[in-house]
Design a protein around this ligand. Structure first.
Ligand SMILES: Cc1ncc(COP(=O)(O)O)c(C=O)c1O
Length: 287
């Protein structure tokens, strides 16, 4: 099997030869942002949206964007192609760069650039009519979750807790009981024919899939309210689903060991799963 080819600071090298400095601010402080993009039929899905989100994170952190939109898209495509990925993901990361360790933020560093792509099993919930399960966990994260930083320890630990409980996702709940988002997904709750999802503010990541699904829901004439839901209301929810690049539209049929609705994939979720997979096929070709 061919060794994975990584991108590092302008060069493509085998994974075993790629290295970064121990003084990289990404390593020492989590001082950087990243993107994960979907590859389907060897096509990178919606690079522009991911580029714009990365731009916004870099602007907030005061790190220069090393790429323009076209360079970003070409790099994603080249990583997919060099690694012969037909279905999977491409990962790009920009850190502030290398500097002697200090909490003060050094200015005008040369950012460190990292990229890789890998084949991955793409979610196929429609082939798994049983749906997926989730647990709720308290949200210990900082108040700037809208920036897609590499500081993912709370997300990683929460995801592991979910896996240990036999669940797919951990849903973060705020101290005052509001459903925020999943460890790597956004959360939608259907209650009395209204779809609720947390507003696009600093407490959640503005998911690319979330935005697409909001458009699809609107086009379907569904009522959406971007309002947080109290965690207790999950018990009355008719449907719950997750969205994310590595999840697509994922139907949740159990939360914290209680069935959601009748414990089956509901009609709103099913319709949006269908519309989303149609859109993916439109933009990346049919299987
Ligand atoms: C915390 C969090 N929320 C939501 C998402 C979903 O975002 P997207 O649809 O852009 O993949 C992710 C993706 O990794 C995430 O890490």
């Amino acid at each position: 099997m061919q060794e994975q080819i990584c991108f590092i600071n302008g060069s493509f090298v085998p994974a075993g030869e790629a290295s970064v400095s121990v003084f990289d601010r990404g390593l020492l402080f989590g001082d950087g942002v990243y993107e994960v993009l979907r590859i389907r039929n060897a096509v990178v899905f919606r690079p522009q949206a991911h580029y714009l989100r990365m731009q916004s994170g870099l602007d907030t952190l005061g790190i220069g964007n090393p790429w323009n939109e076209q360079e970003f898209a070409c790099l994603c495509a080249e990583l997919a192609q060099r690694n012969r990925v037909r279905g999977g993901h491409v990962y790009l990361q920009v850190t502030r760069g290398v500097a002697p360790r200090t909490h003060l933020v050094p200015r005008n560093l040369q950012p460190t650039l990292i990229g890789f792509a890998a084949e991955a099993d793409l979610p196929k919930w429609k082939d798994r009519p049983s749906g997926l399960t989730a647990i709720t966990v308290s949200d210990p994260r900082w108040a700037r979750c809208n920036i897609k930083t590499t500081m993912l320890l709370p997300n990683s630990l929460a995801k592991q807790r979910a896996a240990d409980a036999g669940a797919y996702e951990a849903v973060f709940v705020s101290e005052d009981g509001l459903v925020r988002e999943g460890a790597s997904t956004n959360v939608f709750v259907v209650l009395d024919d209204v779809i609720y999802t947390h507003p696009d503010d600093q407490r959640i990541l503005p998911g690319i899939t979330r935005a697409i699904v909001l458009d699809l829901a609107q086009a379907e004439g569904l009522t959406v309210k971007q309002q947080p839901v109290q965690v207790e209301r999950l018990q009355d929810a008719h449907e719950v689903f997750l969205t994310g690049t590595t999840t697509d539209v994922g139907p949740v049929i159990r939360i914290d060991d209680r069935p959601v609705g009748n414990g089956k994939i509901g009609p709103v979720t099913a319709a949006l799963m269908h519309k989303y997979s149609e859109l993916l096929a439109d933009e990346t070709g049919t299987d």
